[in-house]
Design a protein around this ligand. Structure first.
Ligand code: GLN
Length: 309
């Protein structure tokens, strides 16, 4: 037996030495993974002077070795938190990031704005809106944005689109795991949606498109080894010098899917807070193109309304 505290301290030092940005949090979470405890429960066990069995200690040391080699924490625990959900992740799928959670707030705000507009129009036409909103997530990866939308937007019909076979398997797994009603479709989000059976039915009928597309400029190499070596390349690079080829193609698909007044909410790099809005404005099909900052104060996402017919 070893005191848990000694094992966590040792793990923290090891991870700090390997350049892991949050060594103590990671050490605590890995100990929690071994013991079947959440972060708060590990802290309590530390205060109570709990001991670690030799077997648990060996398992912790092995996980810490991997984390010191900069395998993402989420690959080791097998899960990533996103909004109210815990999603399964691992090799072959992009690990959802906290900054992407902003897109759900922007989407919720956009739908409230849209329902005020249509309530106004409905009062004039004596029309009653019967259905919940239709939401499409382009480049869903693990399913994070689509599942959070299904979880948080009452009555929504949610369709998730992903090209990568490996990522699709994770997205489907997460649909099962959460039990949320998301339809998963394999397609290139930048291709004409009219050619994709499931999407062809949705042309002009979608209220909200959410997307965290790959947008890193081709020449930029992500600094963190967790990203550069473990996130799939297809989820990172925007396939052009400025990284905007994929985001532009995704916006073009969104323009075909959205109903008049429908809204696109899309993530971008902190260096693209002016170039991506400019690119959308230049197409002439978007109004109210607005850029938003993340909690770190960096330009992170745009919202834009499809100009009505
Ligand atoms: N945000 C990613 C990163 O931090 C970049 C790609 C993306 O999210 N679409 O590496």
């Amino acid at each position: 037996m070893t005191p848990l505290r000694a094992a966590v301290d040792e793990a923290t030092d090891r991870l700090a030495g390997a350049g892991v940005p949050t060594p103590r949090v990671d050490a605590v979470l890995l100990a929690g993974h071994v013991l079947g405890l959440d972060r708060g429960e590990v802290e309590r066990a530390l205060l109570l002077g709990r001991e670690l069995s030799d077997d648990a200690r060996t398992r912790l040391v092995d996980l810490v070795d991997e984390r010191a080699r900069r395998v993402p924490l989420q690959h080791l625990t097998g899960v990533a938190g996103f909004r109210r959900l815990e999603l399964a992740v691992g090799p072959g799928v992009f690990v959802p990031r906290p900054e992407t959670e902003l897109l759900i707030d922007l989407g919720l705000a956009a739908l409230r704005g849209s329902s005020q507009r249509s309530a106004h129009a409905d009062r004039r036409s004596h029309h009653v809106r019967e259905r919940g909103p239709v939401v499409v997530d382009l480049c869903t990866g693990s399913g994070a944005l689509a599942l959070a939308a299904a979880d948080e937007i009452p009555g929504a019909r949610v369709v998730a689109v992903e090209l990568s076979e490996e990522a699709l398997a994770w997205a489907r797994h997460n649909v099962e795991r959460t039990g949320l009603p998301v339809e998963v479709v394999q397609a290139d989000a930048g291709a004409a949606p009219a050619a994709v059976p499931h999407l062809a039915d949705l042309l002009g009928a979608v209220d909200l498109v959410l997307s965290n597309p790959p947008y890193i400029p081709d020449s930029a190499v992500p600094i963190d080894p967790e990203v550069a070596e473990h996130d799939p390349q297809i989820a990172l690079y925007g396939r052009s010098a400025d990284g905007l080829a994929v985001p532009r193609a995704v916006a073009a698909t969104a323009a075909r899917l959205l109903s008049p007044d429908g809204v696109l909410v899309m993530e971008h790099a902190d260096t693209q807070g002016e170039t991506l809005p400019e690119a959308l404005n230049a197409t002439g099909v978007w109004s109210e193109v607005t850029d938003h900052r993340d909690l770190a104060g960096k330009p992170r996402a745009l919202s834009a309304r499809r100009i009505g017919a």
